[in-house]
Design a protein around this ligand. Structure first.
Ligand SMILES: *Cc1c(COP(=O)(O)O)cnc(C)c1O
Length: 351
């Protein structure tokens, strides 16, 4: 039997434990579903969908609606099955053998994983000990690696840090290729790189429906970029990649922007309550601009804390074995009731 590609053998897959528990705070989903009016509109359109026909290959209505949200035309929007697919298309179009991307660790693992799957080399720059990103380090890493794509992530997963405009500006000034800012959590934060999108600037911003839009079950994400970049990434997508139900779900979701913003506001205030409660416990925490918090218990190792929480039917993400995140765990902001269960369990485990 033929063996798998050598470079894939060494790659670890995506691991996030799927354990049955009462309180799931491990994958940064929204604890709140989309509004009932969205569900009704969605089911009504599904009822009249011609299921024997391929979906709109261009997803034009969806891309137009997303473009309107950001003040750009559909030619500047590419939608895919989650922002991860959109990132993959970009790596297929601009990466590949002989090319490099740059990432700044610790950050979202898929920013290295997806390029590697596409045969692209990964150059690693470093965040500071407090997980902020020094523009001078961006300039250094990018100048050295000459990456086809420079990945930034703001707010950064799993640290929660917001990288300010000075970081994106440093990347744009030094990078020979595209600068991608992953904004999966941007609505939770005070600042977006979309404001820097202009003309021929090689800036790509990715967003997802999985978090702020409460639609992780749908697999829908997109990028906003100059039209030639969208056209290039589109070449690497398979035909009819985005099915009709997903296109409908996303287009209709955008009619409920105010509901989304209300959910986000609720989660931001709950995040601050959770951060204050964690601050009173024997753990290190860091400021977060997202819907999760990273914390490091002082005297107990990560796996012990994780297991203790699972025994109390609470699931968080154990990041303690990840490079540069020694002893750290990440908790998603849930409902106040879920967060209280988490806090009670954590107090027990730590005592
Ligand atoms: C959750 C997350 C995504 C979302 O990926 P999808 O494929 O859209 O579900 C993208 N980027 C980051 C940094 C994330 O944390």
């Amino acid at each position: 039997m033929i063996s798998v590609r050598d470079d894939l053998v060494e790659l670890e897959g995506y691991h996030s434990a799927q354990v049955t528990v009462d309180v799931r705070l491990n994958t940064n989903e929204s604890p709140y579903p989309p509004p009932p009016a969205w569900r009704e509109a969605f089911l009504a359109e599904l009822a009249t969908t011609p299921f024997h026909r391929y979906p709109d290959r261009e997803a034009l209505a969806l891309r137009t609606a997303i473009g309107e949200l950001h003040g750009v035309g559909p030619e500047q929007v590419l939608a895919g099955n989650g922002s991860n697919e959109v990132i993959q298309a970009l790596c297929l179009a601009y990466g590949g053998p002989g090319r490099t991307v740059a990432v700044f660790e610790p950050t979202y693992a898929l920013h290295s994983h997806i390029p590697r799957i596409t045969g692209t080399a990964v150059a690693v720059g470093e965040r500071r000990d407090d997980f902020s990103l020094d523009p001078a380090e961006v300039e250094r890493a990018v100048t050295e690696a000459q990456p086809a794509i420079t990945f930034l992530c703001s707010p950064n997963n799993p640290t929660g840090r917001i990288d300010g405009p000075e970081v994106v500006e440093a990347a744009l000034a030094a990078a020979p290729g595209l600068v991608l800012v992953d904004e999966a959590y941007a609505q939770f934060a005070s600042w977006s790189a979309l404001a820097m999108m202009s003309g021929d600037q090689p800036l790509v911003v990715t967003r997802t429906f999985s978090k702020t839009w409460s639609m992780a079950a749908c697999r829908l994400g997109y990028l906003v970029a100059p039209a030639p970049v969208v056209a290039a990434a589109e070449r690497a997508m398979l035909p009819y990649h985005l099915d009709a139900p997903t296109q409908i779900a996303g287009r209709l979701a955008l009619r409920f922007t105010a509901d989304m913003e209300a959910r986000v506001a609720l989660l931001v205030s709950e995040r601050e309550r959770l951060a204050a409660a964690l601050g009173a416990l024997p753990v290190d925490t860091w400021p977060s601009g997202a819907n999760f918090l990273l914390f490091r218990p002082h005297d107990i190792d990560g796996p012990t804390v994780w297991k203790g929480l699972v025994e109390r039917s609470v699931l968080v993400r154990d990041c303690s074995s990840w490079p540069r995140l020694d002893g750290c765990l990440r908790v998603t902001v849930g409902t106040p009731a879920e967060d209280d269960v988490f806090l009670t369990a954590l107090r027990e485990v730590l005592s």
